[in-house]
Design a protein around this ligand. Sequence first.
Ligand SMILES: C[S@@+](CC[C@H](N)C(=O)[O-])C[C@H]1O[C@@H](n2cnc3c(N)ncnc32)[C@H](O)[C@@H]1O
Length: 299
Amino acid sequence: MPRHFETDELSSVRDLVRWGASRFREAGLHFGHGTDNALDEAFFLTLHALHLPTDIPALYLESTVTASERTAVLKLLRARVTTRKPAAYLIGEIEFAGMPFHVDERVLIPRSPIGELILADFQPWLQGQPERVLDLCTGSGCIGIACAAQFPYAQVDLADISEGALAVSRKNIKRHGLEDRVRAIKSDVFDGLGDATYDLIVTNPPYVTTAEWNTLATEYRHEPRLALEAGHDGMDIVARILEGAVAHLRPGGLLICEVGAFVEEFEVRWPQLPVTWLDFERGGDGVFLISREDLVSHL
Ligand SMILES: C[S@@+](CC[C@H](N)C(=O)[O-])C[C@H]1O[C@@H](n2cnc3c(N)ncnc32)[C@H](O)[C@@H]1O
């Protein structure tokens, strides 16, 4: 039986979610951009296509969908299979630290555990409210914009080498009405920032080794290579951040940097650095913190 006759049998929201999950598993999709399994991904996409919130009471999952709604849901579910694009690129949006961000293929899809630190005001590490914050390697701007929302008196700079990423970050600055306190600056690591100094530098730079990048699932290949890959040990950009951070941190300032699964590569390069590896309640690891003073005395 041709597949479109089969899909005519799908009548409820629940039917569509179940059908999508089956097709996703059948196709061997990879999940690593907001969900970690086929059912959650199908649920998220189905509810999005139906313009429904994901916290909808379970009762409504039994509702019958109209023919045009079914067509819209199936189009999105099929696109996930045929393009292998992460769901966030298909719908153009993702939530980070409780805020919605526009995303497209010019930027990495936000997923850093740093979001949890922002919502906790970087406690117990940060003393008081920061006046100036730098989100280095900003991509969509998610980290810096979430910092600006969390610290209402802070001036925040978003820096990235990619014009495409800066265009997306500017769209997100505008979306959240933060034009008066947040600016996006083109900069190759610190090179475009002049002598600006900050109380807090937060960064999720590219840190994937070239060998690892070559093995990544198709979903990650839709993300900019520039956002992920950083040389044979993944530490090309991290090295430049460590070198330049002292000149851009104020006394007492902090550098918070993500290296994800590449902690070992970091520790091989900088065994002497007294970094603190941070813990996360909601998952994630590979984020370190170091003070300006410790950078000065150990680099
Ligand atoms: C891992 S993504 C992080 C994006 C965002 N901060 C997040 O957490 O979702 C890394 C970003 O670093 C940028 N980047 C790569 N090389 C850079 C460089 N030399 N100087 C500044 N930014 C760079 C990429 O364009 C990309 O947007």
